[in-house]
Design a protein around this ligand. Structure first.
Ligand code: PLP
Length: 392
């Protein structure tokens, strides 16, 4: 027999993927312009021109084996050094190239780190709402996902999180700017969490780790994203260029282990071991070189802002309830009926494809991914209006 767990995972697609596949089929029937697919966080704004310019330059100037051959498993040393320089200069956090590991995007950053740090039964505390794949990644690494609440506006509150930390807690995993709420945690919120982790780590052999999943770091509408390593020494940053540079299909990101982390070198060895065990031979080499020259850049955030403003303005006018996202490209909207899945089915009748919040760890909301062309949002508004009128 084949692996039962994997068969189940393979058959049970995530709500997001399920909708995405439905959209593909539905578009064939009613025409693509008539389906409003807000399911997937697939960046709709093109990569900044520097990405194409750098790719072309590399293809012109570098020998093929330096672009398409293997690199060492943690990545090309100059690329890791560029990332470390960037972290030092941009965030004022100490960083060593020897503690940077280039990955195939945030999913790989997450699975590698979780496999590196978890022993069977260890718990990972995650404030809700959260990216649904966290459950798959944590459980596959032998850990247990522990969902902790945030406040009524999805803000991080250390006092709400504290009761969920116990002797089995190995790490707290946060994501800011947050998918799906759009909340950006403040310096004060991160400082309070850090203080809590310090208190809860007192007397333990190994301190609790803080894992920051940051694919949306550059995608904010004015809010500043604190750098966790400046607040808490036992931190790892799990980064991806999928969203910031609109390179989701190229699979490129990195893991940065704070040099102040307890047993940082040993931890980095575990990261290398997990990368090896999971079969990540090395991250794509051409794109390692490209991103090294585009650190800190982003695709045009103004275009996401225009989408956000149009959608938020119209939906709140029609009677939907939601908070203004401070970052990322999702609107997290309260469902007008308690059964979120029933609401999503009704939305489908208007050709609106929305993701129910259940798998994000909270009930009663839907996620609308607004990284689509502006014209899709404009054309979808009558459907949103008609949908809400059914609840009046
Ligand atoms: N983490 C969060 C919070 C995400 O939203 C996503 C993708 O949507 C990922 C991780 C995975 O990103 P990547 O495509 O870089 O693997």
């Amino acid at each position: 027999m084949y692996n039962e767990k994997m068969i189940k995972l393979g058959k049970e697609r995530s709500d997001i993927r399920e909708l995405f596949e439905y959209a593909v089929e539905r578009k064939k029937i009613v025409g693509s312009e008539n389906v409003f697919d807000f399911s997937l966080g697939n960046p709709g704004v093109p990569a900044p021109p520097s990405v194409a310019a750098e790719t072309e330059r590399l293809l012109r100037e570098m020998p093929a084996e330096a672009l398409h051959g293997y690199s060492s498993a943690p990545g090309i040393y100059e690329v890791r050094a560029a990332v470390a320089d960037y972290i030092r200069s941009q965030f004022g956090a100490p960083m060593d190239p020897a503690l940077v590991y280039m990955t195939c995007g945030a999913s790989a950053s997450l699975t590698i780190v979780l496999n590196a740090v978890l022993n069977a039964g260890d718990e990972v505390v995650v404030p809700a709402p959260f990216f649904p794949e966290y459950r798959v990644f944590i459980e596959q690494a032998g850990g247990k996902l522990v969902i902790a609440p945030t406040d009524e506006n999805f803000r991080l509150d250390a006092t709400l999180l504290a009761p969920y930390i116990n002797a089995r807690t190995r790490a707290v995993l946060i994501n800011s700017p947050n998918n799906p709420s759009g909340v950006v945690y403040t310096e004060g919120e991160i400082a309070a969490l850090s203080q809590l982790l310090r208190e809860k780590s007192a007397g333990r052999e190994t301190p609790i780790l803080l894992l920051a999943d940051e694919p949306y770091r550059e995608l904010t509408y004015g809010a500043k994203v604190p750098y966790v390593m400046r607040h808490y020494e036992h931190s790892l940053v799990l980064y991806s260029f999928s969203k910031s540079l609109s390179l989701a299909g190229e699979r490129i990101g990195y893991i940065a282990v704070s040099p102040k982390c307890h047993g940082a070198r040993e931890l980095f060895s575990a990261v290398c071991g997990a990368g090896r065990a999971l079969g990540y031979v090395c991250a794509p080499v051409l794109f390692q070189r490209v991103v090294a020259k585009c650190l800190g850049q982003s695709s045009d955030v103004e275009r996401y802002r225009q989408n956000r403003d149009l959608l938020y303005g119209a939906l709140t006018e029609y009677g939907y309830r939601c908070t203004v996202p401070e970052g990322a490209f999702y609107l997290f909207v309260r469902s007008p009926e308690p059964d979120t899945r029933a609401f999503c089915r009704r939305a489908r009748e208007h050709e609106l494809l929305l993701v129910p919040s259940d798998s994000f760890g909270v009930r009663g909301y839907v996620r609308i991914s607004y990284c689509v062309p502006h014209s899709v949002i404009e054309r979808s508004l009558p459907a949103f209006k008609a949908l809400m009128e059914e609840y009046r």
